[in-house]
Design a protein around this ligand. Structure first.
Ligand SMILES: NC(=O)c1ccc[n+]([C@@H]2O[C@H](COP(=O)([O-])OP(=O)(O)OC[C@H]3O[C@@H](n4cnc5c(N)ncnc54)[C@H](OP(=O)(O)O)[C@@H]3O)[C@@H](O)[C@H]2O)c1
Length: 273
């Protein structure tokens, strides 16, 4: 598996279908899986069952896959915590990852992501403590890479200004009306950080339902979703898809073979923001 994959299959909100859909995604050709140890929105143990089924069927081995999970602060969790609520944040990070490794039946993940900073504005002391604990997990070999999610530019700038190690990945909801997260993508590009874009379809109905956009997709012989994913790749993003449908899985993956003319990439980049 290369250091950074070309498409991530997202396992949020799959509940009891998590195992079957993870296996299906691998059968359809996905080799990178995004999950989180946050039972409220993800069923990580179910994802692990899906991986086990794919291994048993001989479709892939662990080494063929890129597995990404997340540490989520208690504020983002329900009562089903993967750590001791009374423990320090550093211990919570270690417990959360240990539990993820158990769920996914592996001794290391490929990427471990801070699900979101503790404040919407600043990179706080709590984040610094969590990030330091995550770095220790990486140094101990339990994850290859580290990431942060749901960040503002200010968080990243504060990390950089305080000499904090920057993440390998930034994972953000990507709104077309914010120039497809232009400022953060630009920060990432300048520093060699891979930008992962999620909810590319669900966050942007005004683009996908825009008649000229649909005409454009028709002219290109592509589905609107494929145009969005091809665009995302053309501007340097690593996209996620959360589809539950085998045809859509294949369609989304096939977008990797479709190249948009550069002038069209510019038009789409400016379409809503
Ligand atoms: N870090 C975070 O805080 C965070 C937050 C949210 C999500 N995520 C990650 O991002 C992943 C994706 O998020 P998402 O589910 O919001 O993303 P999404 O891929 O934008 O949305 C999935 C929706 O798009 C539809 N879809 C996908 N491919 C399609 C196609 N080819 N044609 C038509 N419809 C298509 C799906 O319908 P069908 O099922 O019918 O195909 C589904 O309704 C999540 O699973 C999770 O891993 C992370």
């Amino acid at each position: 598996m290369p250091l950074v994959p070309t498409f991530l299959y997202g396992t949020a909100w799959k509940e009891e279908r998590s195992a079957a859909l993870t296996e299906l995604a691998i059968r359809c050709g996905f080799r990178a899986i995004d999950t989180a140890n946050q039972r409220r929105h993800y069923f990580e143990a179910g994802v692990g069952e899906g991986l086990a089924a794919a291994y048993r069927a001989g479709i892939v081995t662990r080494d063929d896959l890129f597995l990404q999970t997340k540490f989520t602060y208690q504020r983002g969790q329900d009562h089903r915590l993967p750590y001791d609520a009374a423990a320090t944040l550093a211990v919570q990070v270690a417990q959360s990852l240990a539990s993820s490794l158990e769920h996914l039946a592996t001794d290391r993940v490929d990427s471990f992501v801070l699900h979101g900073p503790s404040s919407g504005y600043d990179w706080t002391d709590h984040d610094a403590e969590v990030w330091e604990a995550m770095r220790k997990e990486r140094d101990a070999g339990r994850t290859r890479l580290l990431g942060v999610s749901n960040v503002q530019l200010r968080h990243l700038e504060q990390m950089a200004d305080t000499g904090t190690e920057l993440p390998a990945f930034v994972q953000n909801r990507c709104f077309a009306r914010l120039g497809w997260d232009r400022e953060i993508r630009s920060f990432c590009r300048e520093r060699g950080i891979t930008y992962q874009g999620f909810s590319l379809l669900t966050a942007n109905p005004e683009v996908l339902q825009h008649p000229p956009f649909i005409d454009l997709a028709n002219q290109l012989g592509m589905a609107p979703a494929q145009v969005v994913f091809s665009f995302a790749r053309a501007v340097g993003m690593l996209p996620l898809t959360g589809t539950t449908n085998a045809e859509h899985m294949k369609q989304d993956l096939a977008s990797r073979e479709l190249e948009l003319p550069p002038e069209l990439v510019q038009v789409i980049e400016a379409i809503a923001g």
